[in-house]
Design a protein around this ligand. Structure first.
Ligand code: PSU
Ligand code: MN
Length: 349
């Protein structure tokens, strides 16, 4: 009977079995707008560690084809660490949690096929999923930390690793440009592991605003004693003290478990400083950053265009050095994120 039902609904038998065994909330959230891959559903129902990964870094951060190499490297790192990766993005007008390799290639090469992927934060979800482009085609989109957090949480994924977080922009007094990543962490239960935020942002105000939003901000001290600073992406230090300090992934997992157990509907940010070997000193980056921010203002690149514009400029000005550092820190965050996801499964059981 089960196989007849599977044939009728054109679903493989394994899918039918999964329907019977896994958590109802998860499956009922699958819809024509939102789909969790079978692998991720299975991993969640078996309580294996799942790590969410975002896709704006592929659509708006890294050039093609380096973005594809990075995407597959990050997924491999999660698997090597004993976790299951859930890369999140919008493909053909559907929000997907757990993109397969060929789907990731399609999303990451959108720009080469003449259909630019949207940069999708929380506000853009309804548009990206609900309507079509001017040629009647459904949208593809890279999801930012904000939209990735929303979708990961909907799927039941608790840990998310990325490179850098958006923040309060310098000159916020004039522009009011505060990344939706910050308000997102204020309202969505998710633990993000990131190398802090780039210092083209106003880091003191970013940390201040995260406090206002009720977001826990902790930095991995890794055996260090004394003052631990919130990391500034290319540099291990920012001059801003980290509000909280954790020693390792096990500590982070204990924090997440306690927070989630209270049912707090807000997020947590774990700063993982860039590996020492690839760190770019603060002063060296500062010159390029000042230039990039000035160029963005001159070019009128404001709003959602600001961050991608500034990132591209920094890359242009600093060349390979920043790209190497960028990849190394994302990899390091994904390794740490996988450890945290594993440790969380252990404290939960
Ligand atoms: N910072 C980086 N690299 C990135 C981003 C931020 O160093 O790729 C991306 C992330 O997806 C982040 C988004 O969520 O930019 C923030 O954009 P905005 O500043 O427009 O909120
Ligand atoms: Mn912004």
């Amino acid at each position: 009977r089960a196989s007849r039902r599977a044939a009728l609904t054109k679903e493989p038998a394994s899918r039918t079995m999964l329907t019977r065994t896994s958590n109802r909330r998860l499956l009922s959230s699958n819809s024509r707008f939102f789909q969790v891959s079978e692998e991720v559903q299975q991993a969640l129902s078996e309580k294996r560690p799942v790590v969410a990964l975002e896709s704006t870094i592929y659509t708006h951060g890294y050039p093609y084809p380096e973005n594809i190499a990075l995407a597959s490297r990050l997924e491999s790192l999660v698997r090597l660490g004993g976790g299951v990766p859930a890369t999140i993005g919008i493909l053909d007008g559907v929000a997907r949690v757990g993109l397969a390799a060929d789907e990731l290639v399609r999303l990451a090469s959108s720009s080469t096929t003449g259909s630019d992927a949207l940069k999708v934060s929380r506000r853009d979800l309804g548009y990206a999923l609900g309507v079509k482009d001017k040629n009647g085609k459904a949208f593809n989109g890279g999801t930012t930390v904000s939209a990735t957090s929303v979708l990961a949480h909907l799927a039941g994924v608790k840990v998310f690793a990325t490179g850098g977080l958006g923040g309060v922009h310098r000159g916020v007094e004039q522009t009011m440009d505060v990344s939706a990543d910050l308000t997102e962490l204020g309202r969505t239960q998710i633990a993000v592991i990131a190398a802090g935020c780039k210092s083209f942002l106003d880091i003191p105000r970013t940390v201040e605003y995260l406090e206002t939003q009720g977001v826990a901000v902790a930095t991995f001290a890794d055996g260090r004693t004394g003052k631990v600073e919130f990391p500034a992406f290319y540099s291990r230090e920012s001059g801003v003290a980290s509000p909280m300090v954790v020693q390792d992934a096990a500590d982070a997992a204990k924090m997440i478990n306690a927070h989630n157990s209270l049912g707090l509907q807000s997020g947590m940010l774990f700063g993982n400083p860039i590996p020492r070997e690839v760190e770019v000193p603060f002063d060296q980056m500062e010159i390029a950053i000042k230039q990039a921010v000035a160029d963005a203002t001159a070019a009128g690149a404001s709003g959602a265009r600001a961050t991608p514009f500034i990132l591209a400029k920094i890359k242009e000005l600093t060349g390979d050095k920043s790209l190497v550092a960028n990849s190394a820190l994302i990899e390091s965050n994904v390794i740490m994120g996988t450890r945290v996801a594993k440790a969380l499964r252990e404290v939960e059981s």
